[in-house]
Design a protein around this ligand. Structure first.
Ligand code: GDP
Ligand code: MN
Length: 386
């Protein structure tokens, strides 16, 4: 789960990580008043969407007066912000964060992440903040320092010294940064993050450090014990199809293609997407109904695929191991009856009760193509949506 920058900054503030003052605004009047309340000469108006790269895309603007702040908010709220992290159509801006402007002297990058490879908590620090860190890693890897903390031992002074010294940080800045890293580490444990990123972490003209941006990614498997965090969830930011799927307990990820895929097993679902691409098609989703799905789960899965206007064809690829082909077939028929089949469908069934499954589909009188194997099915559906 992701949260907004303004929410991340609330958590920073509560946990001893310095952030500039700021207020959330959902309309231009609130934005104007936010700046009056801040009383600063400059305010920064920042689009609150779950995507990075807002700065370059026009989602971060400086205001020199409350009137200007109002104008900027007027233009920003309601716009579709297109950044390199959004789909081509962009993300609708519903609210802005109005923050006291900072006098930036330096921009650094600081992130904590779950380092699976080393079974620890990684801390990454770079003097090249404000930029795309992937680009820094590719072009100038020597400008990034990384340490791994063993969670059974915890964060030690030497970890922080190593980060600072390998980046030649002045002593005064090291002193500023030390409590920030300590508090971020405590937060990482407390909130079950999988990733926590500050870009940029700035040094201002007084030599003080502030988190000017905050991206937080929570481990979904731990949300059950993060009730407060869960309240930050903003459904407006999430793919509607994914929200519905999670209610049904389905493993679903929305994509921007036009071939809806219904598969059992994550591995087969990946292979199905690959083969659809191989034959020149574009999957509309990843969907794994799981091994022991009931007829109801299957019907719900179809509900999501049928309701997606982007879906121009359906490809059902089932290998019945634990999952029985007749259950899938009944699910297909029930969903088609309820919702109406408006697009071509290709079904490939294999495994347990395959004959019964095929029989059910045949008897249903549904207009579908029964594929002989996976490649045949993929080829056929690509052809049909064209
Ligand atoms: P992102 O592009 O989505 O990562 O949004 P950020 O919050 O990181 O903002 C992008 C850039 O805007 C930052 O790297 C800064 O250079 C700039 N910026 C943000 N806040 C301020 C501010 O208070 N003053 C100034 N001068 N620049 C700012
Ligand atoms: Mn940023």
């Amino acid at each position: 789960m992701n949260i907004h920058e303004y929410q991340a900054k609330l958590l920073f503030k509560q946990n001893g990580v310095p952030v500039p003052d700021g207020y959330l605004a959902t309309n231009p009047t609130e934005a104007e008043f936010a700046m009056r309340r801040l009383g600063t000469e400059v305010a920064v108006v920042k689009a609150q969407v779950h995507a990075g790269g807002r700065g370059k895309a026009g989602g971060v603007k400086l205001a020199k007066s409350p009137e200007e702040c109002r104008k900027i908010a007027e233009a920003m709220i309601g716009m579709d912000l297109i950044t390199h992290q959004t789909y081509p159509e962009g993300k609708k801006v519903h609210k802005v964060y109005v923050e006291a402007g900072s006098k930036i002297v330096k921009e650094y990058y600081l992130a904590l992440f779950l380092d699976r490879e080393n079974a620890g908590i990684g801390i990454m620090f770079s003097t090249e903040g404000g930029m795309d860190i992937e680009e820094v890693a590719a072009k100038t890897p020597e400008k990034i320092a990384t340490v791994v903390v063993d969670p059974t031992v915890g964060l030690q002074g030497h970890h922080i010294r190593q980060l600072c010294w390998s980046m030649n940080l002045p002593a005064a800045e090291q002193k500023e940064m030390t409590p920030i890293v300590r508090n971020l580490y405590k937060m990482f444990i407390k909130y079950d993050y999988s990733m926590l990123e500050i870009n940029p972490l700035i040094v201002n003209d007084q030599g003080k450090m502030f988190a000017l941006d905050g991206k937080m990614n929570f481990d979904d498997n731990a949300l059950y014990r993060q009730k407060d965090v869960e309240l930050f969830r903003d459904y407006l930011e999430e793919d509607e199809r994914e929200v519905t799927a999670s209610k049904y307990g389905l493993s679903y990820i929305g994509l921007d293609g036009n071939i809806g895929c219904l598969v059992n097993g994550a591995g087969l679902a990946m292979a199905t997407m690959d083969i659809v691409k191989h034959y020149g098609g574009k999957p509309a989703n990843f969907l794994d109904v799981g091994g022991g799905a009931s007829q109801e789960t299957v019907t719900n899965a179809f509900r999501i695929l049928f309701a997606d206007p982007g879906v121009k064809g359906l490809f059902v690829n089932i290998f019945g191991g634990i999952m029985r082909c007749d259950v899938i077939a009944n699910g297909i028929v029930a969903a088609a009856k309820e919702l109406g089949l408006r697009v071509p469908m290709v079904v490939r069934l294999e495994g347990t009760n395959v004959e019964q499954g095929k029989e059910i589909l045949k008897k249903s009188g549904l207009n579908l193509y029964a594929a002989s194997d996976m490649a045949d099915g993929a080829k056929k559906i690509v052809e049909l949506v064209k």
